[in-house]
Design a protein. Structure first.
Lengths: 346, 266
């Protein structure tokens, strides 16, 4: 027995020694899976002689919990979506960016500089943006009316469909169908949305995450699903019988951002990394890999007509007008949580 | 065939189908040419090749094995000692210890995970140690493995005929000799089975791992779970298939060890 304890001690010491070995140039990236082209990371490692460690999270709540539980002193770059940023700032989980280290910030389109969720880009820089809409298998005989009614109006239903397994997206779709704001906190409007979603749930095949819904449409298991546009663009390249659109009533637009956690161990390298991602050549690779839209103005000429003219990636102006950002509703988020629990449990 | 037998058979088949069909489908898809799981498009080993060339998967595999081996070793030693003490010795508060042993077994994973994460975060406030990483992951896994090992070892001890120990003592063996020459060989299969159980638990654990991991200590469950949610590359199916295979082999081994006639040979 004492021998095995000795063995454990040796193993533990070697382990501690292994983790304690520090290299000067390191960067710890905390990001969604398959969101950043591995060749971009490799290029950065080579150019700046830096070892990049990529860790993954699968939803923003998990990411935030991890930052709160000590991750803010472990990771150097995280990729939070727009509506979570005010909350992260309030919880003091993000470090202010030193804009003098980010000369490439000027490459961004004007509307992504100084965004409402982070005035003056004090804490975040836009990375990729996209929309939430409907991914549909084209019906053979009827002309498709691009409306949220495909889910919420039994008369417009084109066949079986799935809803998205996140509260803000699915309730938001119902609010939009009724012509309300995605960020409505009016109890009467929310009640209407709840009834719509409940009725739709009964006719639906249940809830899926974005990728699951897309796969179900591709596999001909369902006719329509609420998805993120990048996933849909990938799907459309597999099967031309499918199409993505933001319904005519409007929908959600989102921006994922690069940010540095409050006590990031390699803050300088983190800013070098962000600046590197803002270079036009890098931004093009990032966009081509994920099939989301690039906020990078300087990258536009390099992107190619095919992507730029694809309405599923870069919505035309009339659609852009109808898109709405999710807002951090603060304490009123509870309203959505309540409705969502009712919807899921009934 | 008697009707009762027929129903037993049907229920058994239905039950096994229910349990194994999803696993079978994942395995099947790991050989599917279709990139997005949209129907069957022919057999391929391509995703296993892609997986082979994926450095992230390799490092996750390495982390998983290091984590599972070290945590299992610690948990098996501590858990066996605990199981033995609970069976053989009386000490103050023994009943409480025995009861509390069940808490980590029944507590939801997420509660355990967040509790551990907060514990480490609190620890960092007091002493300059507790950075999330491989070491905290090992400690967290040991925490949930110990009760399983202790319970298995203890149940093995309960099934043991006390006559063996009494005979050894009658013949003049010291307690130390009695333990190493008689008790230990007899409960060894229980210890090994408990250890293997702990190993597979560590191999599969996502929730506790996610909340206690740090940069670069991503293990396979974290990699698989976060990739499935975005669900784009089919090599994750291949990886899942391999993990299922490893878990099945481990379980078969445990079952084999727990068979009484095999156990005597050991």
């Amino acid at each position: 027995m004492s021998r095995s304890i000795g063995l454990v001690a040796v193993l533990l010491t070697s382990l501690a020694w292994n983790t304690a070995q520090a290299q000067a140039n390191k960067l710890n990236l905390f990001i969604w899976s398959e969101y950043l082209d591995p060749s971009v990371v490799a290029e950065f490692e080579k150019k700046f002689d830096c070892k990049v460690t990529v860790d993954l999270y699968e939803d923003e709540a998990g990411m935030q919990a991890k930052l709160q539980g000590g991750g803010k002193a472990l990771y150097d770059v995280v990729v939070p979506p727009d509506q979570t940023i005010p909350g992260l700032i309030k919880l003091k989980l993000l470090a202010p960016l030193r804009l003098e280290n980010l000369p490439n910030l000027k490459n961004l389109e004007d509307r992504f500089i100084n965004p409402p969720y982070d005035p003056g880009n004090k804490y975040s820089v836009a990375f990729q943006w996209g929309t939430v809409g409907l991914y549909v298998r084209k019906p053979k005989d009827i002309k498709l009316d691009p409306s949220w009614g495909i889910l919420f109006d039994p008369a417009q239903q084109i066949g079986p469909f799935v809803l998205m397994d996140t509260a803000r997206e699915t309730i938001g779709a119902a609010l939009k169908y009724k012509g309300y704001s995605l960020n409505s906190t009016d109890p009467a409007q929310l009640k209407e949305a709840r009834e719509l979603v409940l009725a739709a749930k009964r006719r639906s095949q249940g809830f899926e995450n974005g990728v699951g819904g897309k796969n179900k449409v591709l596999a001909k298991g369902t006719m329509a699903a609420i998805v993120y546009n990048g996933d849909a663009v990938r799907g459309m390249s597999e099967d031309e019988e499918t199409v993505f659109f933001v319904p005519r009533e409007g929908g959600e637009i989102w921006v994922d951002n690069l940010a540095v956690p409050a006590k990031a161990p390699h803050r300088d390298m983190a800013e070098k990394f962000i600046n590197f991602l803002l270079e036009p050549e890098t931004a093009v690779k990032v966009a081509k890999f994920s099939q989301y839209a690039s906020p990078n103005k300087a990258a536009k000429p390099l992107l190619g007509e095919e992507d730029l003219k694809n309405p599923a990636i870069y919505p035309p102006a009339e659609v852009m007008q109808k898109l709405e950002f999710l807002q951090d509703l603060g304490r009123k988020t509870r309203l959505y949580d309540e409705i969502w629990t009712q919807i899921k449990s009934k | 065939m008697k009707p009762s037998r027929f129903w037993l058979g049907t229920t058994a088949i239905g039950l096994y189908l229910f349990l194994y069909a999803p696993i079978f489908i994942v395995t099947l898809h790991s050989f599917n040419q279709a990139r997005f799981g949209a129907g069957w498009r022919g057999f391929t080993l391509r995703w296993y090749r892609v997986l082979w060339d994926n450095p992230q998967a390799w490092s996750a595999m390495q982390n998983t094995l290091i984590l599972a081996s070290i945590s299992t070793l610690i948990a098996t030693v501590l858990g066996s000692m605990l199981g033995y003490a609970l069976h053989r010795r009386w000490f103050p508060g023994k009943r409480w210890v025995a009861w509390f042993l069940f808490v980590p077994v029944v507590i939801p994973d997420i509660v355990m995970a967040v509790a551990l994460m907060l514990f480490f975060s609190l620890l960092r406030e007091v002493i300059p140690w507790g950075e999330l990483g491989m070491t905290t992951m090992v400690l967290a896994h040991v925490t949930f493995q110990i009760p399983f090992v202790a319970l298995v070892v203890r149940s093995r001890l309960v099934g043991l005929d006390p006559a063996y120990v009494e005979a050894a003592q009658d013949l003049g063996a010291t307690p130390w000799q009695t333990f190493w020459r008689v008790t230990f060989p007899l409960i060894l299969p229980g210890i090994v089975a408990g250890g293997l159980l702990a190993f597979t638990l560590s191999l599969d654990d996502f929730v506790v791992s996610f909340f206690t991991s740090g940069p670069g200590s991503t293990n396979l469950p974290i990699l698989i779970y976060s990739s499935v949610k975005r669900g784009i590359t089919p090599d994750i199916n291949a990886l899942s298939a391999l993990m299922v295979l490893a878990s099945i082999l481990g379980t078969v081994w445990i079952t084999w060890l727990q068979q009484p006639h095999k156990a005597k040979e050991l």
